[in-house]
Design a protein around this ligand. Sequence first.
Ligand code: FES
Ligand SMILES: [Fe+2]
Length: 440
Amino acid sequence: MPIFKAPETHQEFMTEYPRTTADSLAGQMLRHYWHPVCFSRELKDVPSGVRLLGEDLVAFRNSNGALGLVGRRCAHRAASLEYGQITPEGLMCSYHGWTFNSEGRCVAMPLEPADCPLIKKASIPSYPVQEYGGVVWGYLGANKDNPPPLPKLDILVRDDGELSMERGDIRDYTYLNWLENIVDNGHVLVLHTLVPGVIPDDIRPYINTTVDADWRNSNFSVFETYFGMKTVLVQNTADPNLKFVNTLSVVFPNGWRMANNGGIPPDWSNDRRESGGLLRIIDDTHFEVMRLSFIREGNYRKGYRPSDPRLNRSFKDRLHGTVEKKDHDHRQYPGWEGSTALEDLIMQQSQGSPAHREELLASSDAGVVRLRRIFRKCMEQVAAGEKPKAILNNDQGVLEADTFKGLVTVDELKVGPENMPSSRDGRGLLRDASGNLLFA
Ligand code: FES
Ligand SMILES: [Fe+2]
């Protein structure tokens, strides 16, 4: 691996921060981690072209069921193996039949003599690939024989509800703008309240509408955790014994978790839904949002996402505002307010790259500052020849990132790097004024 110097100044760091390719320190740092490639359900008898960390690859499942993740260009005359044929041995280039196994070695050259010595020379890049919880993961690092353990996210394997997994949301800016948005709890109280939420009639009786949404009256903390980091926002309610807590986690460097999709003031609803996802880091200026949405049994809306059209809207269906579009509004996204997904997209896209940006960070940016510190530390460690922090240990079991959102009594409130107790037991359910779980 080439030697890279750790950034010395803030500007050097900000220039390096969004880089993803192998010829950069940040790209080498990212290569210490497993990255999502696609969903298991997609890999059948057709290869799947995938760009990851600036590398054009092909994922495939050979006819014996074994997975492969290899370079996209054929070693012969560079035709794309995305159009290759699946065989028991691996992936056959459709042009002249050279066939590559999961290790990238050529195992067949049907147009050459049987003893052709070239077959020993012909190879393409290959990378370790594994499946966990319906996700195909790839490792593009140097330590191919001993990669780190997979991040075993609990949301992928839980059996107390229904998980839906959605792909196809490709963004044309750095994935860091997404991650920084996740740890920026303050924006929720501004950007996502431009159009007030509506409380559904069926849960109106359960909603505590006395939550104090003034940021200055709330308590915002940021913690590093063994999986990355989390932010905790604690807000007051009219009952001094009852707090509203919202915790969001970043599973370094490409995952996040939060409790439910809604719950924005003055709605505060909690429908036993958790969300989060994985970012496929395509290159310096592109990423894909792979969404995970989990609905626990007993959802108040009666019925899970697949059977309820209101909950079954794809990301694309949510990409329009709810306000009136004015004739004189000639912006790229006219009448954009009112859709959380679109609101976030526009702000993140409009920020541009961290490398070319002037900023003035303030106290409410504590989450962003911490996230950058973790990235910088990890880069420094890689530059020093060490493994970056926040890499999971070998004995790491299923990973439960804190995702609590809801009301807790003051006695229950635990603000620290450990998960809120209720994150495991109740997971963000609303509680009534006596602290009793609702919808239990
Ligand atoms: S280009 Fe692939 S076999 Fe010829
Ligand atoms: Fe947001």
